[in-house]
Every structure is written in C-alpha cells, then in structure tokens.
Design a binder for this molecule. Structure first.
Ligand code: ADP
Ligand code: ASP
Ligand code: MG
Length: 416
C-alpha cells in the first residue's frame, strides 16, 4: 500500500499549518509514504523576485533575499532550538543562492532561475523532515535531484522517464521518504525545474514510478470543485470524476491541478485524490478511470487578462492555410498557447493570455505580414457540461465578445 502525498505551499505557510500537516502525517504513520513538499507559502514568488532584481543588477536584491531568510528563520525559531543542525542546513542553502548572486547573471536566464528558485523546495523539505523527525515521525530526506532526471530545458525541464524510474526504484528505506516537488536534475548534475505549480506533477512522476496504490494532493479546498471558489460563490465538490474529464478541466485552466499530473496516473490506473488539509477526514475528490462525473453539474473555468487578436490579410483576401502555418510558427516560436481560436471569411482570431512582453512581440511580427487588431482586458470563461442557466450566470452584467460551443464545452470571451 504505497501512497504518495503532496503538500503545496499553502499547507506549510506558517508554524500552525506545519503542525497541522504533521498531524495528518501522524494519522498515516502506518502507511508506506512518499511525501512531497512545495516551497513554503509564497516563497517561490519571493525567490522569483530576488532573481529579477539580480538580473537587473538592482540594489534591492539582498534586501529581498533577506525577506526570504527572515520568513524561514522565524519559522525555525518557533520549531527548533538555536543549536540544532537544521539552522546550518538552511544556512548552507542560502549560501548557495548567495554564490549565484556574487557572479554576473548567466546569459541563460532560465538556468539562473533554476539555481535560485529551486532552493525554496530544498529548504522547505529540510525543515519538514527535521521537524517531523524531531517530533517522532521518523523519515528520510531525499534530494529530488538524485531521482527526478530531466533534460536541460531549464525552467520547463522534460523528464527522462526511464532513468527517473530506475533512480526512484533504487531508493530503499523502511521509513517514509520526504522529497521536493518541482525540481529535477540534468545528466550533468545541473538543477532544473518542471514549470510553475510543478509539484503536483512530481507527485504523479513518483506515483507512476513506484506503482503507488494512490496519490493524494492535499489542498486548501475540499477537493476538486466545479469552479474556483475565489471567483464563484456556491462552488460544489466533484466527488468522483474520470481522468479524461480532469484532463479537460486542467487543460482549460482549472488552477487546482497541474495538467501534466493526470497522464502518468491514468496510464497506470493509479487513483488521484484531492483532499483538504483543513478537513482531512472529509472524503475529497477521487479521480480515476471508469467512473462517471458525480455529480454531473456544469464546471466553470475562468481565465482573466485575455487578449483577442484578429488577424486579416493585408489585401483583404481570405486567411488561407499558408497564412495559418505562418501564424502558428510565430506562436510556437514565442511559446504562446492559444486558449481559443476562430476563423471567418475575413479574419482569424485567437484568444491568448495577455503576457505584455510576448504579446507585443507577437503583434510586431504579425504586423509585418497582416492587418492586426486586438481587444484586451477580456475574460475567458469555459463551461464544461453547460446549460442555459450556467451561461446566463457567466454573462450577467458582461458584454459578450465571442462564443464557441461543442457538445460538452462552451467558451465565452467577455468584457467586464
Ligand atoms: P497548492 O498549494 O497545491 O499549490 P493551489 O493553490 O495551486 O494549491 O491550488 C488550490 C487552489 O486552486 C484553491 O485555493 C482554489 O482557489 C483554486 N482552484 C481553482 N480552480 C479550482 C477548482 N476547480 N477546484 C478547487 N480549487 C480550485
Ligand atoms: N513551488 C512551486 C510553485 O510555486 C511548485 C509548486 O508549488 O507546485 O510554482
Ligand atoms: Mg500550486
């Protein structure tokens, strides 16, 4: 009965929540556990800020790093005595960041990103492992860089499944294992990361490789809901859903599960539970093969800060295949994913995230060959299993800009 548990930043954001997670773990002390932690609280964002200041040679760099240190040391001071080894361990990890900061930024921003931002997970797992050992939950700390092997696409590293599987299977311990989400390592021993929110995916990788009987991701919500409670009142729990449906929700942007998490588990039929670390005794959501969505109700996904770009031929003729391939080449070069697209006689429209830097590059390039118009400050709603009432709810008080329907999904672009 091997289980993989993954705890995100919100579950270990302060002393009280760390104690709560420890209680959850104690209640599973007879299980064969592989435990994955993200960085604590908002530490990944804080480290991204440190990196941005550093690459811009800003004098605020060390001030921002100090904030990350203060955050962790205040947690340490509440959980440990000053002479305990963990202070040295955490110190040494901060020294690794300081070494990077002493040199000039690398030409490859993504490389520096991985060296600095990965430290958040290394620190959180060191703290959790030490604290749990101290209070009697014996465990071993594992460096994810020894087991998750990737290529050298820094910041978006691709997993080398065969070496990873071998490495994970070589870990032997009678105690629960604690390791980092989000990070991996190249064959040349350089640290990589798997993309923001990648710890869910790490849990799936490990679950897949050890043939876990289940993977549980512990969240600050009751499970997978039919909408993001930050945007919708009355979000309802989806008790059971098939992997195929979870993939759709994650693909359209439901922010609760990293989209890559699903496939490895689906392939080996390993059930994925989404459970609340606030109410750990509640059932949560189970995602697995061969179940019906229960209850079958509309699910809502919101993407804010969208821009709709309409592209037409300079000679006012149709947008034809070779135009489309030119447009898609530009999109792929700029790493832009399309959230929705629509073609008409006169123009081809795409709705994308309005990432200012990339979008202005895109518009500049497209302007060389096409007429380009855009409409920004938009929101894209996707509703799975929609009905009239669900659509009315989303449209209330907003201006409809574009709508696209299939049997199970409707996508609606609106201006607030
Ligand atoms: P983690 O701590 O694991 O990183 P996240 O913050 O990434 O957790 O994910 C949990 C958050 O996802 C919730 O607080 C909730 O606001 C948001 N969320 C978005 N869509 C959904 C959904 N369909 N069901 C549940 N939570 C959702
Ligand atoms: N700490 C990383 C992030 O915030 C990975 C994760 O939490 O999943 O993106
Ligand atoms: Mg997250």
């Amino acid at each position: 009965m091997s289980k993989v548990f993954k705890f995100g930043g919100a579950s270990i954001k302060d002393v009280e929540s760390i104690k709560n997670v420890s209680e959850i773990l104690f209640s599973h002390k007879n299980d064969d556990l592989f435990i994955i932690f993200s960085a604590m609280g908002k530490v990944t964002n804080m480290l991204e800020d440190v990196l941005d200041k550093y690459v811009n040679h800003s004098s605020e760099t060390s001030y921002l790093l100090q904030k990350v240190k203060d955050f962790h040391y205040s947690i340490l001071d509440n959980l440990f005595e000053k002479e305990e080894q963990i202070y040295n361990d955490v110190n040494n990890l901060f020294v690794e960041i300081e070494w990077v900061l002493e040199d000039d930024p690398n030409e490859n921003y993504d490389y520096d990103y991985d060296q600095i931002v990965s430290i958040g997970e290394l620190i959180s797992t060191k703290i959790m492992s030490s604290y749990l050992n101290k209070i009697g939950f014996k465990n071993i700390w594992i460096d994810a860089r020894d087991i998750i092997k990737t290529d050298n696409t820094h910041r978006f590293a691709k997993v080398n499944w065969s070496i990873t599987e071998k490495s994970i299977l070589s870990v032997k311990s009678e105690f629960p294992k604690i390791t980092q989400g989000f990070i991996g390592c190249t064959s040349e021993n350089f640290t990589t990361t798997l993309g923001r929110e990648g710890s869910d995916f790490s849990a799936a990788i490990i679950g897949y490789c050890i043939n876990a009987t289940e993977v549980v991701i512990w969240k600050d919500v009751d499970g997978l809901l039919n909408s993001d409670p930050r945007y919708f009142e009355n979000s309802e729990l989806l008790e059971e859903i098939p992997f195929t449906e979870a993939v759709e929700l994650a693909y359209f942007g439901a922010k609760v599960i990293h989209p890559k998490t699903i496939y490895p588990l689906k392939r080996k039929s390993i059930p994925l539970f989404v459970k609340s670390f606030i109410s750990p005794n509640n059932k949560g959501t189970i995602i697995k093969n061969d179940v019906e969505i229960t209850p079958l109700i509309p699910s809502y996904i919101v993407k804010e800060n969208q821009i709709l770009i309409s592209i037409s031929d300079i000679n006012l003729s149709f947008i034809v295949e070779n135009h489309l391939s030119e447009i898609f080449n530009v999109l792929s070069e700029l790493n832009i994913s399309v959230n929705l697209m629509q073609n008409s006689a006169a123009s081809f429209s795409i709705c994308i995230d309005n990432n200012k830097k990339r979008v202005s590059k895109l518009i500049k390039i497209l302007n060389e060959s096409f007429n380009v118009y855009f409409n920004d400050d938009l929101t894209l709603f996707t509703i799975r299993h929609y009905d009239e009432q669900a659509v009315d709810l989303v449209l209330k008080g907003k201006k409809l800009i574009l709508e696209q329907k299939s049997r199970n999904t409707i996508q609606i672009v609106v201006k607030q």
